[in-house]
Ligand binder design. Structure first.
Ligand code: ATP
Length: 378
């Protein structure tokens, strides 16, 4: 069946009424984006921040009416808050400070997909340090420990999980109003990359990105998961900060390369999570050293050990290091990361050891939140 026309979607939106002004969302200038692809329609409405909760019925109605259009298989309408003139993108992250006490209070209600026990964010202060590669291999290593693991690719500007986990070009099924995650290598996976073509740049602005991520987290039928690994967008901007505040995170894992500059960025990442009261589970040093496949000689390409020192200084655990190795890149590029492709390799063992440290921390969190036995003396 042919895709619905964008104009039909806009006309449908014109038929809705904002209860406060009696006007429609189009004439109010709220339509920030309409995307139509393979029968899937996504609309972003930028509405006054204070009206968000009141406009939920309008959002619902918009989805219902768009879904009723010919050729529409799924409709997602996202409400995002209009930014006021002069309003900063986000609260500034606190400067890096060792042992900074957690900042409490002031957090908006967080999103916690039902059935998901722990959500951990894999983050980096800058792009290209191997965050996604680490996230994919850690997810596989956690699944190898018998845990039910999901991967949520929140790297909306450069989603790499579809390719890295062997699902490029696939589209998720929609059952009722729930999006079904795709499955491969024993993981349940969702990525904005399943909704857009890999080669199309996603040019959404910050608030729209957050709206789309929130909706994806809520509308995906994750089922029961022990752990959801979130591949965060790189850096410490608006989206990352909001995501860290809005999603109920058990903790964050920071990936860094050993170079000083990357570590400086990693420090910013760490400070950001502490600022929003998310525990930092530790730092991973990626591309830490190089072992010559011919002679076994180990070369410290960059100043190896920087992440361990930074972790000590910043008072957070050092989770382990991963070497620079062409097989790590090749296996990810081929859609079966090294933990699945070469489980007996030392590199897979390095990821498993990091996953073990993470799993230990999750077990501690579980034990702390378990209901205490009710012992009665008679
Ligand atoms: N330990 C490693 N050894 C060799 N290549 C690696 C290693 N880690 C990552 N790479 C390669 O480096 C490139 C960047 O990795 P990746 O996409 O995971 O980084 P990223 O931090 O998620 O980047 P971005 O945030 O910009 O998407 C990829 O080609 C990946 O295969």
């Amino acid at each position: 069946m042919a895709d619905p026309r964008r104009d039909d979607v806009v006309s449908t939106l014109k038929g809705l009424t904002d209860p406060k002004t009696g006007r429609d969302p189009v004439s109010l200038g709220w339509v920030a984006g309409v995307s139509v692809q393979d029968g899937r329609v996504t609309v972003a409405l930028e509405v006054p921040a204070d009206l968000g909760p009141q406009l939920e019925p309008l959002r619902d109605e918009a989805e219902r009416r768009i879904l009723a259009l010919d050729g529409v298989k799924a409709a997602t309408v996202v409400l995002t808050a209009q930014r006021q003139a002069g309003e900063p993108a986000a609260a500034p992250a606190a400067p890096a400070a060792p042992n900074r006490p957690p900042q409490g209070g002031g957090r908006p209600p967080s999103i916690a997909p039902p059935g998901v026990r722990h959500i951990i964010a894999v983050a980096s202060g800058k792009g290209g340090v191997g965050k996604s590669t680490t996230a994919a291999n850690l997810a596989l290593a956690l699944a190898g420990r018998g845990l039910r693991v999901g991967v949520f690719d929140a790297d909306i500007y450069g989603p790499s999980m579809p390719r890295m986990l062997g699902l490029a070009g696939r589209r998720p099924e929609v059952e009722g109003d729930r999006i079904q995650p795709l499955e491969n290598h024993g993981l349940r996976i969702m990525s904005i990359g399943f909704m857009v073509n890999e080669e199309d740049p996603v040019v959404w602005r910050g608030p729209m990105v957050m709206g789309a991520l929130e909706q994806l987290l809520r509308d995906v039928d994750w089922g029961e998961l022990d752990v959801m690994v979130v591949d965060m967008p790189p850096g410490t901007g608006d989206t990352q900060l909001t995501m860290s505040q809005r999603v109920s995170l058990a903790g964050a894992v920071i990936v860094s390369t050993p170079q000083d500059i990357a570590l400086l960025d990693a420090r910013k990442g760490l400070a950001m999570f502490r600022h929003v009261n998310v525990p930092v589970m530790g730092i991973v040093e990626n591309m830490s050293y190089y072992v010559c496949p011919n002679c076994g000689h180990r070369e410290e390409v960059f100043a190896h050990g920087g992440a361990r020192r930074a972790a000590e200084e910043l008072g957070c655990p050092f989770l382990g290091d991963v070497p620079l190795d062409i097989r790590i890149r090749e296996t990810s590029d081929a859609g079966t990361p090294i933990v699945a492709a070469e489980p007996d390799s030392p590199h897979a063992a390095a990821y498993r050891s990091i996953a073990e440290r993470i799993a230990e921390q999750l077990e501690v969190a579980d034990a702390a939140s378990a209901p205490k036995p009710n012992i009665r003396f008679t």
